[in-house]
Design a protein around this ligand. Structure first.
Ligand SMILES: Cc1cc2nc3c(=O)[nH]c(=O)nc-3n(C[C@H](O)[C@H](O)[C@H](O)COP(=O)(O)O)c2cc1C
Length: 154
């Protein structure tokens, strides 16, 4: 069973969880980085003209810096991101669209400013071509993912 922890994090909260999780379960780690990366101004959602709000409105394709090496070798992908506008950020959907997920299980973990996980898993499904999204959980720390990850790896 080969596991990848792939994550997007604009402000570092999800990154911390992802890194601790990958280390604990012995998974590879991949950071989803948009090209160009987000600046502080880009994610200032209180500004209607900020990049995040423009991307939300237009739903346009976001370029991602690097690809995962040998993606086909992974059986399980733990996908981490902050909740943006009540779901996974567009950049995560764009990341998912770039791969063939056949035969893979996906479990999402997210951090948020207060929103619940809601229908995040269901909203991700259309982008996980051929793969199985088994669940999604809102977390504050990696510990909350350890047992789930171990069960998924069993
Ligand atoms: C563009 C944008 C949209 C956001 N939308 C939500 C939201 O809908 N609900 C929520 O609870 N938090 C929202 N947040 C807050 C983030 O989910 C929260 O701060 C998260 O932990 C940040 O993770 P990160 O540090 O890994 O980027 C938003 C933040 C940004 C920058």
């Amino acid at each position: 069973m080969k596991t990848l922890v792939a994550y997007f994090s604009a402000e570092g909260t999800t990154a911390k969880v992802a890194k601790a999780l990958a280390e604990k379960i012995g998974a590879d780690l991949f950071e989803i980085v948009p090209d160009p990366p987000y600046s502080a101004a880009d994610i200032r959602w209180t500004n209607p003209l900020a990049r995040c709000n423009r991307e939300k409105l237009t739903n346009k394709k976001i370029r991602i810096k690097e690809k995962v090496d040998h993606f086909e070798e992974y059986d399980l992908v733990l996908l981490g991101f902050p909740i943006w506008y009540g779901a996974a950020p567009n950049v995560v959907n764009c990341f998912c669209r770039e791969y063939d997920w056949s035969g893979k299980k996906v479990y999402a973990f997210a951090t948020s400013g207060g929103s619940k996980i809601g229908r995040t898993a269901e909203k991700l499904k259309p982008y996980i071509n051929g793969g199985l999204v088994v669940g999604a959980k809102l977390v504050q720390s990696a510990v909350e993912m350890f047992e789930i990850a171990e069960n998924l790896q069993a």
